[in-house]
Design a protein around this ligand. Structure first.
Ligand code: ADP
Length: 483
C-alpha cells in the first residue's frame, strides 16, 4: 500500500512530544512490512539539514491569497523512509526557531499553509512519478484541514481524490481554532459541512479533520472510549459521535532500537534484565552529575514531561512535597512548559536540595539517562491519549506510577506498575508509599516487577498490523464513496 504521512513533528528532525516519536517509528515498520510509506513535514528552522543530509529536491508555485506562493521541497531518506520537508514564504521560511508558535492564530495560519503545500507537493510528485497514494495519513489538528482541502481543491480523477484520508488524533485538547479567517484570507473555500456549522465547529481544524476524513483513529483503545464524553472530547463529542463507526483506538508502540538500555551511547552502564544491578551505576552517575548525594540505595523517582495541566502537576507537586518531607527518596524531574509549573518544580528542588532536582528544559540525552537511573517513573496525567514515557520507562526497568486512564491504563499492567483511579494528590501519596514500601521491604518483588517490565513488548508489531487493517478499511470505504 502507498501511504503518505503528513505531520508537524517527526523525531529526530523536530520533536516536541510523543507525536514526533510515532511519526518517526511507525513508517519504517510499515516499510519493512512491504509498504511504500513517505513522510511530509514542515521545513522547520530548527531542523539540522547538514546532519541529516537534507537536500533541495523541487520548487513550484502554489495559488495563495490571490497570488502565488513559492514552495521549496527538500528531501532525505531516514530508516528507509522517504522524508520531504516543505518550505514557503511567509509561514515556513526556515528561520523560525519553533515547531509551534505561542500564538494559536499564527499556528492555525501556518499549518493551513503547510497542509495546502504538502497536498500540492504530493499531487505534483504523484504525476511526476506516475505513483498514486492509497492513503493520506494526517496527524492531529495541524493537518486537520488535509481531507477538506483534498476534497475541495482537487479534481475527482487526481491522485489526491482517489486516496482515502486517515486522520489520527494524538490529543483532543489541542484543536486549532479560527481557521475560517485564514481560509478566507488565503482565497480558499469556506468549510460548508452542515453538522459543523450547526454545532459552531466549522472554524475548528480538529473538527474539520474528524468530519471530512474517511477513517479516524486515536492512540489507545481506552482513549477512544474516553473521547465519547463531552469532557474527554473537549467539546467535540457531538462530532466524534457522528464518526464513531469509523473510529479505531490503536495503541502506540515505541522503537525498541532507539530506546534500548543495552545499547552503548549515552548511558554510564548499559544494562538489560539479566544485568539489572548495572542500573545502580546509572543512578550514581546522574546523582553525581546533577549534584545530588550519591546514594544508590535510595529509591529514585524520575519525571520526564511537558509541564502542562494535562500531565497532572496539580497533584504531583503537593504529593512530591509530602513524600520528600516524610520519606527517604530522591526525585529528578525534567520538563518545560507552563511557567507556573516550571516555578513550582524549581521550588521543590530548592526546598529539598539534597533530595530533589528540577531540570527545566528539553534534553533527550538527559531524558534517557533519567529513564535508566530511575526506580520509579511518575506520570499521573489527568488524561493521557497514549503516553510513551511510561513505556520507555518500563523498558529501562523504571516502574510507572500512573493514573489509570487512557493509554496509561492500556499499557501498564497492574503487576508491573502502580496504578491509581482517583485524581487527587492523596492517591499519588498512597501508591508512591506502597511502591516505596515494596522497594525497601520486599526488594525481591520489586526486582521481579522490574524484570517483568523489561520483558514487555512495546514494539510496533501488533499495532502496525492494526494500521494496515485501518488503511484497508479506509480504502474500501473511499472506493465505495467514489463509485
Ligand atoms: P506527550 O506527547 O503528551 O508530550 P508522551 O508521553 O506521549 O507525551 O511523549 C513524550 C515524549 O517526549 C517521550 O519520548 C519523552 O521522553 C519526551 N519528553 C518529554 N519531555 C521531555 C523533556 N523535557 N526532555 C526530553 N524529552 C522529553
Amino acid at each position: 500500500m502507498n501511504v503518505v504521512f503528513i505531520a508537524a513533528e517527526c523525531a529526530p528532525f523536530a520533536k516536541v512530544g510523543g507525536l514526533a516519536d510515532v511519526v518517526s517509528s511507525l513508517p519504517p515498520v510499515l516499510v519493512e512490512r512491504g509498504h511504500d510509506v513517505r513522510v511530509v513535514l514542515p521545513h522547520h528552522g530548527i531542523i539540522d539539514d547538514a546532519r541529516f543530509k537534507i537536500e533541495h529536491l523541487d520548487s513550484f508555485e502554489m495559488m495563495w491569497a490571490g497570488g502565488t506562493a513559492r514552495i521549496d521541497v527538500s528531501f532525505t531518506r531516514y530508516n528507509g523512509v522517504r522524508v520531504y520537508f516543505v518550505k514557503g514564504w511567509p509561514y515556513i521560511t526556515g528561520s523560525e526557531s519553533f515547531v509551534y508558535d505561542a500564538n494559536e492564530g499564527v499556528n492555525v495560519g501556518r499549518y493551513l499553509f503547510f497542509s495546502a503545500a504538502a497536498l500540492a507537493f504530493i499531487n505534483r510528485r504523484a504525476d511526476m512519478e506516475r505513483w498514486r497514494p492509497d492513503v493520506l495519513h494526517a496527524h492531529d489538528w495541524h493537518t486537520g484541514m488535509v481531507p477538506f482541502l483534498a476534497a475541495k481543491l482537487y479534481p475527482v480523477e487526481s491522485a489526491l481524490r482517489t486516496a482515502a484520508v486517515v486522520f489520527s488524533i494524538h490529543n483532543m485538547q489541542y484543536q486549532g481554532w479560527g481557521v475560517g479567517w485564514h481560509l478566507d484570507h488565503a482565497g480558499l473555500p469556506p468549510v460548508d459541512n452542515h453538522l459543523l456549522a450547526a454545532t459552531g465547529k466549522n472554524d475548528n481544524c480538529l473538527a474539520v479533520g474528524l468530519a471530512y476524513s474517511t477513517m479516524v483513529s486515536t492512540v489507545s483503545p481506552s482513549y477512544a472510549e474516553e473521547i465519547l464524553s463531552s469532557e474527554g472530547a473537549h467539546g467535540l463529542d457531538g462530532v466524534i459521535l457522528t464518526r464513531r463507526s469509523r473510529m479505531r483506538g490503536i495503541l502506540n508502540g515505541i522503537d525498541p532500537v532507539r530506546w534500548n538500555p543495552a545499547s552503548e551511547g549515552v548511558l554510564e552502564a548499559p544494562f538489560d534484565a539479566e544485568r539489572l544491578d548495572e542500573k545502580a551505576r546509572n543512578k550514581a552517575a546522574i546523582q553525581r552529575v546533577l549534584g545530588l548525594p550519591v546514594k544508590t540505595g535510595l529509591p529514585l523517582v524520575g519525571i520526564i514531561t511537558r509541564l502542562v495541566d494535562q500531565k497532572g502537576p496539580e497533584i504531583m507537586v503537593p504529593a512530591l512535597r509530602h513524600m520528600l518531607y516524610h520519606a527517604e527518596m530522591q526525585v529528578i524531574s525534567l520538563g518545560s512548559g507552563d511557567p507556573h509549573w516550571e516555578h513550582e518544580f524549581w521550588k521543590i528542588g530548592s526546598d529539598y536540595p539534597s533530595k530533589a532536582i528540577a531540570y527545566l528544559g528539553f534534553d533527550e540525552v538527559l531524558a534517557e539517562q533519567i529513564y535508566a537511573a530511575s526506580d520509579l517513573f511518575l506520570m499521573p496525567s489527568k488524561f493521557e491519549p497514549c503516553g510513551l514515557g511510561q513505556m520507555i520507562a518500563m523498558r529501562y526497568g523504571a516502574l510507572p506510577v500512573v493514573h489509570a486512564v487512557g493509554g496509561l491504563r492500556d499499557s501498564v499492567p497492574s503487576d508491573v506498575g502502580f496504578l491509581f483511579n482517583g485524581f487527587h494528590y492523596n492517591d499519588v501519596i498512597t501508591v508512591l508509599t506502597e511502591a516505596l514500601d515494596m522497594y525497601y521491604n520486599r526488594p525481591r518483588f520489586f526486582r521481579q516487577r522490574q524484570k517483568r517490565a523489561m520483558s514487555l513488548d512495546f514494539s510496533w508489531g501488533r499495532s502496525a498490523k492494526a494500521y494496515e487493517d485501518l488503511y484497508t478499511q479506509a480504502v474500501d470505504y473511499h472506493h465505495q464513496y467514489l463509485n
